[in-house]
Ligand binder design. Structure first.
Ligand code: CS2
Length: 471
């Protein structure tokens, strides 16, 4: 039997299920990019508030594939969320009440235009915003050039410019656009991704966006390993139902949201989210400490032949290095919110990394390094250089990334990165890699940083004792 509205009643009592009438839920949220993290994080928070207000259901819009819709439509949008703690807890999530794919152009535009739609959220990963090193929309990117010449929308920017134009024409009113990706100041970057295209194609629409659209920044956090057959089997055993695409994540979750909404604000605080006027302290701590350490464990761990984050944390020299990097090199660059104790936060993050219940693949974290490292490490390195702090340890994950590129080049295994061709063409040439301005900006010309990368790169050479490089 398959999970669906019709089989919800068959679930064992131990499995939580929607505590609201799904037929009464209307989609007040359009989410673009309903990948695993959205379904692990935002959709779970929304599921928890629908008993309070059924007007915040989710219309999930997938721009690049039909996989999610193919998997969840036969399940009426339902899926199982497995929370991997000491024991595994299962919840069936019912907040996704509509599934649209790019083929449904008119349905997507009218959903964005509808007055009942008051919030658009996105998880399209860092590369989905098409930003250049300055944080502006990259108007020279081929995908954006296609949008500029008026081709059918294919990018987040293109779909939202078309959708907001339809909303303006239909008198749909003010709306909030909320990025839920790991970008620094993600609200401002999302705004550039949309408004820059509008300004290039329809200046009046750009003015309408200025007057009617707010782009709050957010910090999102919950470790969400990819779904695998083991999860499908364990969910089947726990629920007695087949679920084509269950999701797994750690028990920990956090969502900090800038309280800057154009109209209605969903009561997400009732589900544990936190509204605040200034997200930056939370965002810097998370992006630079957690994600910076994650990328470090990924690239160094893969060079060591390790496969999961918990394996990397079981490697004493690597785990100790990650702790030193966080405490001594990343933490000084962060102005935490008053209520945050950074050393306790670091200890919590390291404990989360070591969670024996989670097999988080280092190779998954290693994806899209050219898009992730600017926020996760380069901003920290830039701050350290400006403050005259050493960058020797911070140079190690950068050098490890360079060595990882050579590993991928030698093995022929796919390098998952929108800049894969440019990176592989430069693999083995540190100066050429550091000269990639879209990743390193001005750091590529910083002699102290370049020298530190050269030293770390030599220490990470094949055949060297990699643990000795972990200063
Ligand atoms: C990870 C993140 O895949 C990655 O790059 O570092 O997805 C990480 O698991 C989340 O940001 C944790 O909240």
């Amino acid at each position: 039997m398959r999970l669906s509205n019709a089989t919800l009643a068959d679930l064992p009592a131990a499995v939580a299920r929607p505590a609201y009438d799904r037929s009464a839920v209307t989609p007040g949220i359009v989410h673009i990019g309903p990948g695993a993290f959205h379904r692990a994080h935002q959709a779970a928070y929304v599921d928890a508030i629908l008993t309070h207000d059924p007007r915040w259901g989710i219309s999930a819009v997938a721009l690049n594939s039909t996989g999610v819709a193919d998997a969840l439509a036969p399940q009426d949008g339902l899926y199982t969320l497995a929370l991997l703690g000491q024991a595994t807890e299962h919840r069936v999530i019912g907040s996704i009440v509509e599934l649209l794919t790019a083929q449904r152009r008119d349905a997507i535009l009218s959903r964005i235009a509808a007055p009942v739609t008051r919030l658009i959220t996105t998880t399209v990963t860092e590369k989905g915003y098409y930003l250049d090193a300055s944080g502006a929309l990259d108007l020279d990117h081929p995908a954006i050039v296609r949008e500029l010449i008026g081709a059918e929308p294919s990018t987040l920017s293109g779909w939202l410019v078309a959708g907001l134009a339809a909303r303006r024409a239909a008198g749909g009113g003010a709306i909030t656009l909320m990025a839920c990706d790991n970008l620094a100041e993600n609200g401002q970057r999302f705004r550039r991704s949309v408004r820059d295209l509008a300004a290039a194609r329809d200046p009046d629409l750009a003015g309408w966006i200025d007057d009617n659209v707010r782009f709050p920044s957010t910090m999102v956090d919950s470790i969400t390993p990819a779904t695998d057959d083991a999860l499908r089997a364990s969910v089947r055993a726990a629920t007695g139902l087949d679920d084509a695409w269950p999701i797994q994540r750690e028990a920990f979750t956090q969502w900090v949201i800038e309280d800057d909404f154009a109209a209605d604000r969903p009561p997400l605080d009732l589900a544990g989210a936190q509204f605040t006027r200034d997200v930056r302290g939370f965002e810097n701590a998370k992006l630079r400490l957690l994600n910076g350490a994650h990328s470090t464990l990924a690239y160094v761990g893969l060079l060591m032949g390790l496969t999961t984050v918990r394996d990397a944390m079981a490697c004493a020299p690597l785990a100790a290095f990650a702790g030193r990097l966080m405490r001594e090199d990343i933490a000084p660059s962060i102005q935490p919110p008053a209520e945050m104790d950074l050393s306790a936060y670091i200890a919590d993050v390291l404990a989360r990394f070591a969670n024996p219940a989670i097999a988080h693949q280092l190779a998954q974290i290693a994806w899209d390094g050219s898009q992730k490292l600017p926020y996760r490490l380069c901003d920290t390195i830039r701050d350290a250089r400006a403050a005259g702090r050493p960058v020797d340890r911070l140079a190690v994950p950068i050098a490890a990334w360079f060595r990882f590129l050579e590993l991928r080049q030698r093995s022929g295994e796919q390098l998952v990165d929108p800049r894969a061709y440019a990176l592989l063409a430069r693999a083995g040439n540190v100066a050429a890699l550091l000269a990639m301005g879209e990743v390193f900006g001005d750091l590529g010309a910083d002699a102290v940083f370049v020298a530190a990368v050269d030293r770390a790169y030599a220490a990470l050479a094949p055949g060297e004792d990699l643990a000795a490089a972990l200063v």
